[in-house]
Design a protein around this ligand. Structure first.
Ligand SMILES: NC(=O)c1ccc[n+]([C@@H]2O[C@H](COP(=O)([O-])OP(=O)(O)OC[C@H]3O[C@@H](n4cnc5c(N)ncnc54)[C@H](O)[C@@H]3O)[C@@H](O)[C@H]2O)c1
Length: 499
């Protein structure tokens, strides 16, 4: 890791500094309406989301039918040109970009709780063929393949790999999938994604995509060099409410955005970090050995696009602090008695981590990590601009000149219904209130059409770099410089997420 990544910020990106070649949001949105129409048509999955009964993944009708073919290829080339004109790197190398796919052949790596859920969602998508599944736990991979056969009796049974930590290599080398979905333990996300990229498969990777800044850079450099996009599966970016807020921001309803707040308040001590019997699960070691924001992506996902991060603005520094670690010991003492090893063991991880991030354009946003105290789930999203504020927890919005009543909240739900994002107009379904199917559908569409994935490699690594950088800032008790993974291109790049 270079010293510039770890040294405290020294006024870099002073508040108010205007990016030299910044593309105005209004101009971009206007220009991109035509481009968006082309892109939306091109990346249709080629049919309605029909038929399959995939457990929690309820099929939703309504997507436009567009067979792949020479007209689709021509339109795709136009869409890629638009992406390049908007300041993005072409996502795909020329050889692959010239060959949109009829079907996307996918391998699933890691089919535990999350991977299996994603797989059940993917089975609903008609243009997605599951060619293989892989898990450290070989019987689990076999059960998954059998479940695929049950749900898609006429499709070939996926090949099964597993039983070893590097069995994914055999899957990728032998099956040569177009894409892989990676839902393994955190420390294997980046290595598996890098292996896939080097061998021509587009990775869709569970959160976080990387654990270190060095891995983040490797992913950026590799995706750029091989010309294949790489997406982190941050599903909360696809929520109906968050996308409606994005539409409203892009329509100028909040004025100039200056601040946001977000949180991941989710008590995961009794079922995820540790088993219900109190035994360590694989993520427990992170609470024992590190003090940082382990899980920033669900909170920060929508905030990146609300604040135009990497496309008009860039994060320049992070300052994090942590409370004492009380919650885990208290949980074990309460549930298993004061003598249980979990009640006396020392955990490095503080209960609440608060990080403040600053941008070159003078914005700030605050993230709370909060996963080990008893409480109901909350993300506490808030975004504030020169014309108004949205407060998710309150279910409220205030828009100057539009909201009736002086300094009064109005209900967000009515505004939300007026600004439904096109992804939701097409329909949702599946896990987490519908977002899981939408994020997969849009990822596979992009791979099929050889278009940029809905979340690109730069946004994926910015969300993930917070893990290591928050730890560095807590340890040093001072702000830490945030790397610019776009290498200055944020000044020219226009918004792309959900455009
Ligand atoms: N986006 C979301 O809403 C969401 C929800 C839950 C979990 N997650 C993420 O999904 C990932 C998995 O979490 P989980 O709850 O499913 O954990 P899990 O323990 O239930 O599943 C992980 C699976 O990966 C397998 N695995 C580990 N290393 C492997 C390797 N090298 N090769 C093949 N298989 C391997 C394990 O055997 C296990 O079956 C984590 O990154 C987590 O952060 C995301």
């Amino acid at each position: 890791m270079s010293s510039s990544e770890t040294s405290p910020a020294s006024g870099a990106g002073a508040a108010g500094a205007a990016p030299a070649a910044r593309i105005s949001r209004r101009r971009f949105v206007k220009n991109s309406l035509a481009a968006g129409a082309v892109t939306a048509g091109v990346i249709g999955l080629g049919g309605r989301l029909l038929g399959a009964d995939a457990g929690s993944a309820k099929p939703v009708a309504g997507s436009a039918s567009k067979p792949a073919g020479s007209s689709a290829a021509a339109a795709n080339a136009a869409a890629l040109k638009n992406v390049a004109a908007a300041g993005h790197l072409p996502a795909w190398n020329a050889t692959l970009a010239a060959k949109p796919l009829e079907k996307v052949r996918v391998g699933f790596i890691g089919v535990g709780g999350r991977g299996n859920g994603l797989l059940m969602n993917a089975l609903v998508l008609p243009d997605v063929e599951i060619v293989a599944v892989c898990d450290l736990d070989l019987p689990r991979a076999k059960r998954c393949a059998a479940a695929c056969k049950k749900r898609r009796p006429n499709a070939p049974v996926p090949a099964v790999y597993g039983g070893a930590g590097d069995a994914y290599k055999e899957l990728i080398d032998r099956e040569k999938p177009d894409a892989v979905v990676i839902a393994t333990y955190w420390d294997s996300h980046a290595p598996i994604a890098l292996y896939a990229l080097e061998r021509g498969a587009a990775p869709a990777v569970e959160v976080p995509i990387a654990l270190t800044v060095a891995e983040c850079w490797q992913l950026v450099e590799t995706a750029e060099r091989v010309g294949i996009p790489c997406m982190m599966l941050e599903n909360w970016s696809f929520r109906r409410d968050n996308l409606a807020v994005l539409n409203m921001i892009r329509a100028g309803l909040f004025g100039e955005i200056v601040h946001s707040h977000c949180a991941h308040s989710h008590d995961c001590i009794d079922h995820w970090f540790f088993g219900r019997d109190g035994r360590d699960r694989w993520p427990a070691k992170y609470l024992i050995n590190f003090n940082r924001d382990h899980y920033p992506t669900h909170s920060v996902g929508p905030v990146l696009s609300w604040l135009d991060i990497n496309c008009g603005d860039v994060v320049t520094e992070i300052f994090s602090s942590a409370t004492a670690s009380k919650g885990i010991n208290a949980y074990f003492a309460r549930k298993f008695g004061a003598k249980h090893p979990g009640a006396t063991r020392r955990y490095a991880q503080g209960d609440i981590v608060t990080s403040t991030l600053r941008t070159a354009g003078g914005k700030t946003f605050v993230i709370n990590y909060d996963m080990q105290l008893p409480r109901p789930y909350s993300n506490r999203w808030l975004v504030q601009g020169t014309l108004g504020v949205y407060d998710e927890e309150r279910g409220g919005i205030y828009l100057h000149g539009k909201t009736k009543g002086y300094h009064q909240w109005e209900k967000f739900s009515e505004r939300e219904n007026e600004h439904v994002h096109r992804w939701w107009r097409e329909g949702g379904g599946g896990g987490h209130g519908g977002v899981d199917l939408i994020e997969l559908r849009e990822f596979f569409r992009a791979v099929k059409a050889r278009a940029q994935t809905p979340i690109d490699v730069y946004d994926s690594v910015v969300m993930s770099a917070i893990v290591e950088l928050s730890g560095q800032s807590i340890a040093a008790n001072k702000p830490v410089a945030f790397p610019d993974f776009t290498k200055g291109r944020w000044k020219q790049r226009a918004p792309y997420f959900g455009v």
